[in-house]
Write a protein that binds this ligand. Sequence first.
Ligand SMILES: Cc1cc2nc3c(=O)[nH]c(=O)nc-3n(C[C@H](O)[C@H](O)[C@H](O)COP(=O)(O)OP(=O)(O)OC[C@H]3O[C@@H](n4cnc5c(N)ncnc54)[C@H](O)[C@@H]3O)c2cc1C
Length: 395
Amino acid sequence: MKEPILIVGGGLGGLTAALALAQRGWPVRVLEGAPEFGAIGYGIQFGPNVFHALDRIGVSAAVIEKADSPPAVLMIDALTGEEITRVPTGRPAFRERFKHPYIIIHRIDLHNVLLEACRRDPLVTLEADMMVTRFTDHGDRVTVMTEDGRSFEGAALVGADGIRSHTRAQLLADGDPLPNGFMGFRTIVPMGDVTADVQRDIVALWGGPGFHIVHYPLRHGTLFNIVAVFRRSTHSERGDVAAYRAELEHAYRNAHPTMKALLAMLDLGRRQAVGDRDPIRHWHKGRAVLLGDAAHPTLQSLAQGACMAIEDGVCLAELVDAAAGDFEQAFRRFVAARHLRTARVTLESRYIWDVYHADGIARDVYHQMLRERSEADVVQCLGWLYDGFAAPGTA
Ligand SMILES: Cc1cc2nc3c(=O)[nH]c(=O)nc-3n(C[C@H](O)[C@H](O)[C@H](O)COP(=O)(O)OP(=O)(O)OC[C@H]3O[C@@H](n4cnc5c(N)ncnc54)[C@H](O)[C@@H]3O)c2cc1C
């Protein structure tokens, strides 16, 4: 029996890697810091590229069953309510080009598909309540230590512990992620409670100077997911809902009335700072490697962070298997294969973020550029991303 590969973090990236490795005969032990395996319960969007990875671990059909495919992804002017551009996700030309659908899904549902598949695989051991604080690379194996003093040995270490990764802090010691000055609130309400006059079957992004709102349906139209993000103007105390409301009212003061109706539906109980990191060329050393947000966190404007984590998980497993136990070689090939694609996601996401939130003449220019593009142009621009990814030598 081989020693297990230790995976720190049981999010979408960690579970994908665990399943993909186990399916290729590699025992894995997933150490999750939270008291239970689970996801924060909001919606998530996936471009068709995610299916190139999900197909390779055999879970596409289970995911499709839980997901919806919106007829379009629209960008709307947050001041006037006019459509600026659209990704024609429901058009036959889109499906023919990318072979797979664009989907929206409850994150819990996707997480459960992966979790159940991991639970069914005897080579996956899942351990919750294991907050990893340190690891040691001995050259021929690794050891990780948890907050409460336990330790685990394994053949190699995969840090899939998210944007505030402890594994990265030890491996690269390159500081904290970069906050970009924006803050977000996420809410899910029953579809029947939606009071705003909005199109409910699409993904809509309302972009305005310093703020945006994204909304879309979940669970076959029974739920409605809203994300509101804005540039912070004050520094309200964490948990001060009245101060959050005042901040929101100020940030969205010029927004279209429909956006204000959406804001009224927000749950202000939990806020989240927005940020990413500058892309890097190396995120591995010896028998340790990072994946997903631990390696290349991105702004959510391209809706690709989790897609990249899932692609990483499958790619890593395929290269570990191809290297037949030479982890250093596998990790080197993995990072070489993934760094440009993930860096491009990070950098394009920053650019799109600026487009969404532009003010003044920049806003007019961006809107003009977007309006000039035909649907065929939009599809063409997304080819590099939505065509999917295969690890070198494994297509
Ligand atoms: C508002 C918002 C909207 C988004 N929308 C989309 C979208 O539509 N599409 C998309 O593709 N992406 C989207 N993303 C990005 C996506 O959420 C992340 O990129 C994705 O969750 C990264 O997956 P991961 O597995 O790398 O990390 P995570 O999901 O962060 O998982 C990390 C796991 O590690 C655990 N952990 C952390 N530290 C430790 C430790 N020390 N020891 C053990 N366990 C630990 C955590 O508890 C967690 O379970 C969005 C992000 C935000 C903020």
